[in-house]
Design a protein around this ligand. Structure first.
Ligand code: PCP
Length: 381
């Protein structure tokens, strides 16, 4: 059933076998009762780790449900959403998708958590690129999903070679390369001899010596950037270390050599060091992001609005107006003036319609979100 690495196969997910057992019981009981209502279910988060989130994982939900006679509408991946706003809705015969709820939520909760964390940290970093270095923090079977979600959230590149095609790869060398060759200089020189010419010469500068000395040596060896991966246990006053490195590089004429910081980087680190650092490599702060706590609820049964306690009944639509206002309305209400519907058709009777899984939406949204940055989240320029 489960593979050597604990992975559930695509075919088990597609057949609905990867489910919570109570959905298997529900399926059996309803079939026994001859009850198979027409329903609409909505996926909504009542609260979020941050003020807003970024939708991701929809593409996997559509791959799962394609070919089943269902209508699915959703916010395109990369869309910013708020608590209480449905991000996806499914309409059809309940027993056609009852056992898929576990996988549908799993796709959306995990990928949206990563995309949201990626968007939050890249928003704070502004012009300074963030690269996703965190696939090693999760099971390798989902490395592609992690890198895709980080990319949709706005990172400039990712490190895992199993990332979906089209996402730029970033990363040059680990400490192991330098340690294998015995010295930083030997490691950098070997890298320069053998690495493809189009890979920027970004040299790791904290393996054996002080960051300042290694950075200067790396610049003399032709580095376009130096990467400081100083572990937290040795950091001390990291801002002073960074200032010192920048000062010495400038003093010796290496003003164009950039500083790249990695190793346990958090949102606060981006704020604290963003005045000196030119780019960040971020692992766990993106890859280990808290999942979004989505739930999937029946909001309409046989054409009638219905809701469980604590939820709003009826099918809903979210509108975004030109001045950035968000309005949640019953789906059949008149569209507010100037409002754009954010939940748009994706599958009609199981066939794809043009849901744009645009990866640029979050980049546009980021401009609008600038005013959400709290003063303490702004980098002191
Ligand atoms: C890795 C890499 C990045 C780290 C992971 C990103 O560190 O150099 O800095 O992940 P994080 O944000 O969760 O820390 P190491 O394993 O120390 O380095 P390396 O493989 O380069 O020796």
């Amino acid at each position: 059933m489960v593979s050597r690495f604990g992975i559930v196969s695509d075919s088990e997910i597609l057949s609905g076998k990867c489910t919570d057992v109570y959905f298997a019981h529900t399926d059996e009981v309803l079939r026994g009762e001859g009850c198979n209502p027409d329903v609409t279910m909505e996926v909504t988060a009542a609260s979020l780790p941050d003020e807003w989130g970024v939708v991701c994982g929809t593409a996997d939900v559509l791959s799962l449900l394609e070919g089943i006679p269902l209508n699915v509408s959703a916010m395109p991946e990369g869309t910013v959403f708020y608590p209480g706003e449905p991000v996806l809705r499914i309409s059809g015969k309940y027993l056609d998708f009852c056992t898929y709820e576990t996988s549908i939520l799993g796709f959306l909760c995990h990928a949206s958590g990563i995309a949201s964390a990626s968007a939050q940290i890249t928003l704070i970093a502004g012009e300074k690129p963030i690269y996703s270095f965190g696939s090693r923090r999760q099971h390798p079977a989902i490395a592609g999903m992690i890198e895709r979600a980080a990319w949709i959230g706005g990172v400039a590149g990712v490190s895992n070679t199993c990332a979906p095609e089209g996402i730029p790869l970033a990363g040059t060398m680990p400490h192991a390369l330098i340690m294998s060759l015995g010295s930083a200089r030997a490691g950098w020189a070997a890298f320069d001899r053998h690495a493809p010419q189009n890979i920027p010469r970004i040299y790791l500068c904290d393996t054996f010596c002080d960051e300042k000395r290694e950075a200067l040596a790396a610049a003399r060896a032709g580095a376009v950037a130096v990467r400081l991966d100083t572990p937290r246990s040795r950091r001390g006053d990291m801002h002073s270390i960074l200032e010192e490195v920048r000062w010495e590089l400038d003093l010796h004429g290496f003003t164009s050599v950039k500083i790249f910081l990695s190793g346990g980087v958090t949102k606060s680190d981006v704020v604290a060091y963003g005045d000196i650092v030119d780019a960040f490599g971020v692992g766990g702060s993106i890859a280990n992001a808290p999942v979004i706590d989505f739930s999937m609820d029946i909001v309409e049964r046989n054409g009638e609005p219905v809701s469980k306690r604590g939820k709003k009944g009826g099918v809903k639509q979210v509108y975004l107006t030109e001045n950035g206002e968000r309005i949640l309305l019953p789906a059949l209400s008149e569209k507010p003036f100037g409002g754009r519907a954010l939940i748009i058709p994706a599958l009609k009777n199981g066939n794809r319609v043009s849901l744009d899984t645009a990866t640029n939406i979050v980049r546009e949204a980021r401009d609008r979100l600038q005013h959400f940055l709290h003063p303490q989240e702004k980098i002191n320029k």
